[in-house]
Design a protein around this ligand. Sequence first.
Ligand SMILES: NC(=O)c1ccc[n+]([C@@H]2O[C@H](COP(=O)([O-])OP(=O)(O)OC[C@H]3O[C@@H](n4cnc5c(N)ncnc54)[C@H](O)[C@@H]3O)[C@@H](O)[C@H]2O)c1
Ligand SMILES: [Zn+2]
Length: 388
Amino acid sequence: MKIIQQDFSVRFTYPVIFTEHLFSIENQSFIQLFPNSTTKAARVFFVIDSEVTAAHPTLVSAIAKYMDHFPQLEQIHVPLIVPGGEQCKNEPKWVDKILEMTSLHGIDRHSYITGIGGGALLDMVGFAAAISHRGIRHIRIPTTVLSQNDSGVGVKNSVNSFNKKNYLGTFAPPYAVINDSDFLLTLHERDWRAGISEAIKVALIKDLAFFERIEQDAEALASRQMPPMQTLIWRCAEMHIQHIAGGDPFESGSSRPLDFGHWAAHKLEQLTKYEIRHGEAVAIGIALDSTYSMLKGMISEADLNRILTVFAKLGFDIFHEDLLKKGENGTLSVINGLHEFREHLGGELTIMLLEKLGKGKEVHEMDTDLIEKSLQLLQKQHYSQQMA
Ligand SMILES: NC(=O)c1ccc[n+]([C@@H]2O[C@H](COP(=O)([O-])OP(=O)(O)OC[C@H]3O[C@@H](n4cnc5c(N)ncnc54)[C@H](O)[C@@H]3O)[C@@H](O)[C@H]2O)c1
Ligand SMILES: [Zn+2]
């Protein structure tokens, strides 16, 4: 036997910049990302979430003015406006449209594709950028809480296929991420709230002090105060990127700690035909796995109450009727989600539960009777909250 052993590593580095008024001429956040060349302008193509352009009607002209102002920048074509939300991940035509634009306008691996929008749009644009020419540089400008504190700062992108969430996708670190908190001002209430669940997720599995901070700030966050939201996004994004750098960035193992609460969440998103937001589903998934952790004797009832109380103060529902839908085999469809979750990861089923507040613990099996019991408890709690 003869072997040539290949061995190399590739270093990735990208900034996550926090700013306001991103496309005002004085703001350096965007321009400083590019080489200061007098001979060759950086060519940038923008893809923007339709609800962002609707809520920020001067955005497209501000970008045009900004791009015109700096000779080192050249805007490729006018921005492509894509319907925001999960539909852009469900309909293959949007990836195709971006690929067509790269072909028509010579958008090559030295150009930049900039996505501006919620997590769904960024996932779709990131995927199109990653597969075109085997990877065009991709800049993310997230405009929701969830995308600023979680999805937009990481290394994954995807679209849905075969009725399965995130079935197609790649690991492709962005060139840069810019979080502008001005975008958050126009979010619908549900989208302001939804992303907070990802912060509660990292806090519960890794950082008790952060969880306590969210408990303290719950009313202020619920009344849409910006400073506590900026603090929450900063800390959550920071923990997210530290986690990626510290472990298994491209998820080759079976362990995915940041997927706490996500096995049920992903299934519930599909069961509700994506009517529920990812962050709303994650809140329910966390409530379910926390209740399960309590029933398993891993956390106390008092701890569980703290978790459910913070969700209630923030206005989250911790139960959804579709959790009771049954599949063809007569079992609850959500429980089938466990198998789909394992299949998506490959390898051994690995589920994050709670050992205590601020510390997660992975297990490799879940007891379906206890899951059903957890669902019943949550349903009861949900109705008593509604009556109160
Ligand atoms: N890649 C990852 O690692 C990762 C991680 C978590 C979630 N995700 C994905 O992220 C998606 C969810 O992202 P999301 O919660 O941002 O939801 P979203 O992208 O669906 O956006 C929610 C709604 O808000 C609108 N919107 C966006 N910005 C706005 C603004 N500034 N003002 C007004 N409206 C605005 C959108 O058009 C959409 O209708 C899901 O597809 C989920 O699978 C990806
Ligand atoms: Zn998530």
